[in-house]
Ligand binder design. Structure first.
Ligand code: ADP
Ligand code: MG
Length: 840
């Protein structure tokens, strides 16, 4: 019997659900979880019955051992069993999902004493030491920090707050800066405006008030040459008093400034302080270039430094280098253990400037490794797609698309022509397409997708386009239907608005191949829609879905070409990694004659002027949007506000025009009706929540007023603004903002008024929010970066990517002996992420 992969995956998922549920429970609940054992064993049995290949079967056996005796085990043992089993399932999924063994087999993780036993003790001592008996380097890194001398449970707890659980985590916690304490200056020679470190004795310490009544904590610190005032405006008095007493010696680091009141006295605000113990003259904390770590409350800089020093001394030499020596040599990368030593405790000759900019050779080496492993994973995935055989072959000549082109009222831009050619060529290649089409709002992605879909249709296949909102589905349907019905192409739309028998009929028509082109919401692939012959799947406005990839469709038994479209102009550096295994096409030009949207920040007091401008454009026969934020926590209030606004605008402000209201809570057909009325120009003003954020295309709408603009994210504002400026008329975007607002909100609004280009906006967004927030883990589906930074280290990223792809081309299975360490490191880094990777 052939091994049924899909069915197997389904069984694994059945197994996962109760485990994930259990993993979310607290200890008390877990203690009383009953009959899980029987259920889990039953599912495992069912999975084994599918006769998986031996390596997979072995993993199932290991799971079975984990759960034998589960019901009677201690809660702590249960928890371990659950988490270990989840890890194993991930590993299994990865094995099954990557048939050509993207990452070759490696023993999966085994938690210490993972096997529950009725008496709650570990079943076997050998299993407790980890997957391998040889002292593999990764296992050293995986050791819990808690067993380290001088750490103990309390400190381990504090370290955990910094994300440090293991030796490896600790080594990856890089200093946030370095202080040069080789030659401490006397207080008299400290320079104003400089970041300085000096040593002295606390002469005075206590809280006081400024002349304006502001509370502050003050210390006077002196040495043989003079004194320095240190000030804190936010402080915990009891703590300060208790910790820093007069007579104590301290190291002080901070920027030296001049007292603004007297204009003479030097002082330091909120300096870093480190106590010097009575007879201490350890070379660790002073007299050298000293690392300063991101400490956490209750965990002092010195403690952290001491712990990390111990770890570096003991473990860094044991870290085996995973980079092949030849590569290291060619790129002049130092060895891992040396890099770790130098990055934590640089020698006297170190370049302080480079260290503080994360550009030292030691930094470069660590950053490279992190990016390299990341890109290697991506390269392996891409290789898998490239090895896959195309199941869908298009015999069409392109005549159908040509007919449509002949009817279009415009000519495609050069950029559109270019990406279309890329896409069509890709569709004719012997391997399936997995491509991202990126283009700023309004750049004309829809027509490109439609032309590609026509090649599929002409060749006798179906094509589907999936969109995130019903409104957009409806709009795309109308556009496409209008364009292709004369060509004899049968188009249909599937949203949740279509119910009952109509829905069933539609499903049947799709399954029977009676429709060629299907527009739908995401439900299209989530539900049990069956296609007769799906050739091309287009996913529009991908950022709303997360990185949805071919794997999802493949699991449904299809192997179509996939075109993912996004207007979130992910900066190129990020696109390379986030979409690392997709080919990328970029439309970098807007259709001709478009004027940049004039964007203005408006204050409540000048609302009247905004209305005046709006009235002007309405009188010229153009239309306008008024957009309301809708925040989940206050959804009802916001909705009421939007409704009231619509009424007031109609009754008082724009009596001579028609005002409509659109929001997500309306019934599907109501939404549809309003959107149609607005498209047709029957409504002149559309008050709306962010349901119009993506994709909506009404070229005659030339003004957008955004209420509470400070509440929107930057990318969102840019998307919204993209709804206007879709014709040759000058368009406007008015941002109404409320004060006071956060610093970040100010930056966002400023960025959106200053930049019109989506790439610039995205770069700014990334700077303001950082990559984690910008993408969200769910969206990026990548292993988390610990030392590397996507923007700061762009150049290293490009190099790592090049090298990784080259290496996979040369050794596609990493089977050469010199790549063994790399393969292990890769598995270690990616294993938890496989679930994310697959589904996105
Ligand atoms: P987006 O890339 O944001 O999805 P759309 O596909 O909605 O953009 O296109 C925006 C508008 O530009 C649509 O009204 C479309 O008809 C129009 N358009 C697309 N391509 C061209 C072109 N080459 N010349 C003029 N208008 C175009
Ligand atoms: Mg679009």
């Amino acid at each position: 019997m052939a091994f049924d992969r899909d069915q197997f995956i389904e069984r694994l998922q059945q197994l996962r659900r109760p485990l994930q549920f259990a993993a979310r429970q607290n200890v008390r609940k877990i203690a009383v979880l009953q009959d899980l054992e029987a259920r889990l064993l039953e599912w495992l049995e069912a999975a084994s019955a599918l006769q998986p290949p031996p390596n997979i079967a072995a993993n199932l056996d290991a799971c079975r051992r984990l759960f034998t005796g589960f019901d009677r085990a201690e809660p702590a043992t249960k928890i371990r069993a659950i988490t270990t089993a989840l890890g194993r399932l991930d590993h299994l999924m990865a094995l099954v999902e990557t048939p050509s063994s993207a990452i070759p087999e490696r023993p999966p993780p085994t938690a210490p004493s993972a096997s529950p036993h009725p008496d709650g003790k570990s079943a076997s001592a050998s299993e407790a030491s980890g997957p391998s008996t040889s002292p593999a380097p990764i296992n050293v890194l995986a050791h819990s920090i808690q067993f380290l001398k001088g750490v103990g449970p309390a400190r381990a707890q504090m370290l955990r707050r910094l994300g440090i659980e293991t030796i490896g985590d600790a080594l990856a916690l890089l200093p946030r800066r370095y202080d040069d304490r080789t030659n401490l200056k006397p207080i008299r020679s400290l320079q104003v405006g400089m970041q300085e470190t000096f040593e002295g004795t606390i002469l005075v310490s206590g809280s006081s008030r400024t002349s304006r009544g502001r509370r502050l904590y003050e210390m006077v610190i002196g040495d043989a040459t003079g004194t320095m005032r240190c000030l804190w405006f936010q402080f915990h008095e009891a703590y300060m008093r208790q910790r820093y007493r007069t007579g104590q010696r301290v190291l002080v680091t901070g920027e030296i400034r001049i007292n603004s009141y007297s204009g003479q006295r030097k002082e330091v605000h909120h300096p870093d302080l480190e106590l010097i113990e009575a007879n201490e003259r350890e070379p660790l904390h002073t007299g050298r270039v000293v690392p300063v770590y991101p400490a956490t409350e209750g965990l002092h800089q010195k403690t952290l430094r001491t712990v990390i020093k111990r770890i570096v001394d003991e473990y860094a030499p044991q870290v085996q280098d995973c980079l092949p020596p030849a590569l290291r040599e060619r790129l002049h990368l130092m060895e891992a253990s040396q890099a770790l030593r130098e990055v934590h405790f640089p020698g006297a000759e170190a370049d302080l400037e480079a260290l503080n900019h994360w550009s030292s050779e030691a930094h470069r080496r660590l950053v490279f490794e992190e990016f390299f492993l990341l890109e290697l994973g991506l390269a392996l995935r891409q290789r898998d797609t490239a090895l896959e055989e195309r199941r869908v072959a298009y015999r069409g000549t392109g005549a159908l698309a040509d007919q449509l082109r002949a009817q279009l009222p415009f000519k495609l831009t050069t950029a559109q022509e270019h990406v279309l050619a890329e896409i069509l060529a890709n569709m004719r290649r012997p391997h399936p397409m997995n491509r991202l089409l990126q283009g700023d709002v309004g750049s004309g992605k829809t027509i490109v997708a439609l032309l590609a879909m026509l090649l599929a249709v002409e060749s006798g296949f179906q094509a589907a386009i999936m969109v995130p909102t019903e409104i957009l589905a409806e709009q795309h349907y109308l556009t496409m239907h209008r364009l292709v019905e004369t060509l004899g192409v049968r188009v249909t739309v599937l949203t949740s608005a279509i119910k009952g028998s109509k829905r069933r009929e539609l499903f049947e028509a799709i399954a029977a191949g009676e429709v060629d082109l299907i527009v739908g919401t995401h439900a299209l692939i989530q539900e049990d829609v069956e296609f007769k012959a799906l050739g091309l799947a287009v996913i529009d406005e991908q950022h709303r879905f997360g990185v949805l990839q071919r794997a999802t469709l493949k699991r449904k038994g299809y192997s179509p070409d996939v075109l993912v479209m996004t207007a979130t102009p992910i900066p190129r550096t990020l696109a390379m990694t986030v979409y690392g295994d997709l080919d990328v096409s970029i439309i970098d030009e807007l259709p001709p004659g478009r004027l940049p949207v004039i964007t203005k920040l408006c204050y409540e007091s000048r609302r009247g002027e905004s209305y005046e401008l709006m009235r002007q454009i309405l009188r010229q026969g153009q239309q306008a949007y008024v957009v309301y934020p809708l925040v989940e926590e206050s959804e009802k209030t916001d909705l009421r506000a939007a409704t009231a606004m619509a009424e007031q605008l109609q009754r008082e402000v724009f009596r001579e025009f028609r005002v409509g209201l659109l929001h997500g809570r309306l019934k599907s057909d109501e939404k549809e009706q309003i959107m149609r009325a607005f498209s047709a120009g029957d409504l002149q003003v559309l008050v709306s929540t962010t349901v119009i954020e993506v994709g909506v295309d009404v070229p005659n709408a030339t003004l957008m007023l955004v209420e509470h603009a400070e509440r929107f994210g930057l990318a969102q504002l840019h998307q919204l603004r993209g709804r206007v400026g879709r014709s040759h008329h000058q368009a406007y975007c008015l941002l109404m903002a409320d004060f006071p607002m956060s610093e970040e909100a100010k930056q966002r609004l400023q960025a959106v008024t200053e930049h019109y280009d989506g790439f610039m906006i995205a770069e700014r967004d990334l700077e303001i929010r950082g990559p984690g927030e910008f993408l969200g883990t769910r969206q990026s589906g990548l292993p988390e970066l610990r030392v590397a930074h996507l923007i700061r280290d762009q150049r290293v990223l490009a190099e790592a990517r090049r090298e990784a792809f080259a290496l996979v081309a040369e050794d596609p299975h990493l089977s050469q002996p010199e790549h063994e360490a790399l393969r292990q490191a890769l598995m270690h880094r990616w294993q938890q992420k496989f679930e994310l990777m697959r589904v996105g």
